[in-house]
Design a protein around this ligand. Structure first.
Ligand code: 4GM
Length: 251
């Protein structure tokens, strides 16, 4: 899968993907990540990529011409590529979006700086994404976050590290707690069930812990999850048992 990134800071993309699991996937030829310097598509002696906003105000706006030239040239190299723009005004990027994007062969990421892009660029963009409700100095970190989340889903990328299917969110729930040796650490014991060797009991305990964690920390996630009849029964039991620590709402 090819990830092409258009940025004023291509060097930012070097070290995060070197070494690491994604770096290995690059070496194996499973993914290709190419950072392109936006200024290469800017014209004139100064290769300007930004300008003050029409109507006045603080900050600078990314000029449309260099970005649209970049899109045109990359789309020629990568037929059928989807063009993605990072901005706080995009749709929230989540595991489901990562899964859908991992089906694509070519993705082009547009990273903005300053106050953002000239509005007319948006007509050349397939989707606009945010990685969360906060403002960063540029779209580079969001693009890296998305590339990591998408690339690790590709066949062969995780290898022995485990399958992406076992992750948090793959079933829409948070993960159960994990333990390794020693069986007792500074007075804290590993839950007895995990030492029992009873795989059915362990699986049931883990599922219950996933439901409890999600109930306590991210109850919003339960709305969009496929739950079995057993899950629903367990969830009711957990709600009853843990009623005293439920967060009070205004409702
Ligand atoms: C405004 C418009 C993305 C600012 C376009 C980008 C946060 C996110 C920028 C832009 C960003 C985010 C650059 N800050 N929450 N800053 O995903 O690219």
């Amino acid at each position: 899968m090819n990830f092409d990134v258009v940025t004023l800071f291509p060097e930012m993309f070097e070290s995060p993907f070197a070494g690491s699991i994604i770096g290995k996937a690059v070496s194996k030829g499973l993914v290709q990540i190419t950072a392109h310097y936006l200024r290469d598509w800017a014209e004139g002696r100064h290769q300007v990529t930004d300008d003050p906003p029409y109507g006045g105000g603080d900050g600078m706006v990314m000029k449309p011409e260099p970005i649209c030239r970049a899109i045109a040239s990359l789309k020629e190299q990568r037929p059928g590529a989807k063009v993605l723009l990072m901005s706080p005004q995009g749709k929230p990027f989540d595991q489901q979006q990562a899964q859908q994007l991992s089906q694509q062969e070519n993705l082009i990421f547009l990273c903005g700086r300053y106050e953002g892009f000239d509005e007319r660029v948006r007509s050349y963009v397939d989707a606009e994404y945010t990685i969360g409700d906060f403002v960063l100095t540029g779209g580079e970190l969001p693009a890296m976050v998305m590339i990591d989340a998408v690339a690790r889903l590709l066949p062969g990328v995780l290898g022995n590290q485990g399958s992406a299917e076992a992750d948090s969110f793959s079933d829409g729930l948070l993960e159960h707690p994990h333990y390794t040796r020693p069986a007792e650490f500074e007075g804290q014991r590993v839950p007895e069930v995990l030492l029992s060797g009873n795989h059915a009991r362990i699986a049931a305990w883990r599922r219950s812990q996933q439901l409890l964690r999600t109930l306590q920390r991210r109850p919003d996630l339960l709305e969009n999850v496929q739950l079995t009849d057993d899950d629903l029964l367990e969830l009711e039991r957990l709600r009853e048992t843990h009623r005293h620590i439920q967060i009070k709402t205004n409702g």
